[in-house]
Design a protein around this ligand. Structure first.
Ligand SMILES: [Fe+2]
Ligand SMILES: [Fe+2]
Length: 422
């Protein structure tokens, strides 16, 4: 620091950069400038010829002034004064201690403290992956997030749902009593295998759709991102467990109807998160709650019953998120109800071109519902399937009322809903 005793300036900080390239030195200078006060002086020594060329321009762009420069022969030295327009880092939080729940836990809902707890209504894209609450250096790059408002993705119950999702995880290898699977009459095993094929097929859509939207969510809204990650893991487990059941007991994967693929494709191609949440979580997975309850009720073996019972608990969380999210979005902007009607109409129009029924699945549900394939069992099964369709319609309407739709709109949308259930 001795070089400038002559001019009577004492630097507040120094950057020693002998032998270093210009790029890293400019970063060191930027960091050092951020750490000193306005009017303070930074001493920089070293660098290459490029630094000598660039330092003046860098100072002009970054609100600093070169107050002296000295060619010491081997190394050059500069004194830079920080001006009032220099980018400043804010002060990070310090001294925060999250409370312990029950004396030991820290739940997600407990972390809303200080800057970390400050969830903005609108988030810029240039915070990227900076954890919410950290102090970001000025000049960050923009990220390709498209869901940049809280209303786009939030749900009031999100922290609680995330907590539930973690504590209710299960393992499709270990937690299903696979050893209790006994041979079944062929028509019944075929029916179970057909239903498992259909369920697995739908689970692919349930996995791919949140996976598609997750990277579009601004990372300021990390709670919905974490929750979507649990949905994706749930759906992976559902694909696994339904496929395993089809393969486990002397049957195998059965038929896939084109109508199912058209229906799922129309869901996958929906690029609007609000409409997609409504179609997938409220209508599709909502309808699946009733389907899974039907399968559990009529399951011919304890393994099938346990699989759909567990899957249904998982789906309940997905539906709860969808209902809370869409309801909140509609409160935020009630005119968006028109988009929901339109999304159901568009999808119904796409599916008009298909047969609108899935004979293998309806047959399988009939056999399951009647307990076998004799005429009497089919008659009983047919009645059970008609009741299932009625209760699906009924509960779909109830869920839409919870979301905030009026009864005529809910009835109309329920009628338009895909015969594929999802
Ligand atoms: Fe699922
Ligand atoms: Fe789901």
């Amino acid at each position: 620091m001795g070089d400038f005793d002559l001019v009577g300036i004492t630097p507040a900080a120094t950057v020693q950069a002998t032998g270093m390239d210009t790029g890293p030195v400019l970063l060191m200078i930027r960091n050092a400038v951020a750490g000193i006060g306005e009017g303070d002086v930074l001493e920089v020594t070293g660098g290459d010829d490029g630094l000598a060329d660039d330092i003046g321009g860098w100072c002009r762009l970054n609100g600093c002034e070169v107050v002296a420069s000295l060619d010491g022969g081997v190394d050059r030295t500069w004194l830079l004064r920080k001006g009032p327009t220099a980018p400043a880092w804010e002060q990070p939080d310090w001294g925060i201690s999250l409370p312990r729940r029950d004396g030991r836990r820290i739940d997600l809902r407990d972390w809303f403290e200080g800057r970390a707890g400050d969830v903005p209504d609108v988030a810029p894209t240039y915070y990227g992956f900076v954890p919410r609450g950290a102090v970001a250096e000025p000049g960050m790059p923009a990220y390709p997030f498209t869901l940049n408002t809280k209303a786009d993705v939030w749900a009031d119950n999100i922290a609680g749902l995330y907590e539930q999702a973690k504590s209710q995880q299960w393992n499709a290898s270990e937690d299903i009593p696979w050893d209790r699977l006994e041979p079944l009459p062929e028509p019944v095993e075929r029916a179970v295998c057909q239903i498992m094929t259909f369920l697995a097929e739908n689970e692919y859509a349930a996995l791919y759709i949140p996976a598609k939207f997750l990277p579009r969510i601004n990372a300021r809204f990390v709670e919905p991102v974490l929750f979507l990650a649990t949905i994706i893991n749930d759906e992976a487990r559902h694909i696994e467990v339904f496929t395993k059941r089809a393969l486990a007991n002397g049957g195998g994967l059965q038929y896939s109807a084109a109508m199912t693929e058209w229906s799922l494709q129309s869901l996958l191609l929906q690029e609007d998160y609000f409409k997609s949440s409504f179609l997938l979580h409220v209508l599709g997975e909502g309808t699946f709650l009733d389907l899974l309850a039907f399968i559990e009720h009529h399951a011919p073996d304890p393994v099938t019953a346990e699989i759909v019972r567990r899957a249904r608990l998982d789906e309940g969380r997905h539906v709860a998120y969808g209902i809370a999210h869409v309801r909140q979005q509609l409160r935020h902007d009630p005119t968006r109800v028109e988009e929901l009607v339109a999304s159901a109409e568009e999808r119904s129009a796409v599916l008009q071109a298909t047969t609108g029924v899935n004979p293998p699945v309806l047959e399988a549900l009939t056999i399951l519902g009647g307990g076998g394939s004799s005429p009497e069992q089919r008659r009983r099964g047919g009645g059970a399937v008609r009741d299932l369709h009625r209760s699906m319609d009924d509960y779909r309407i109830r869920r839409m009322l919870q979301v905030g739709l009026d009864l005529p709109t809910a009835q109309k949308i329920s009628q338009l809903h895909t015969p594929n259930f999802m």
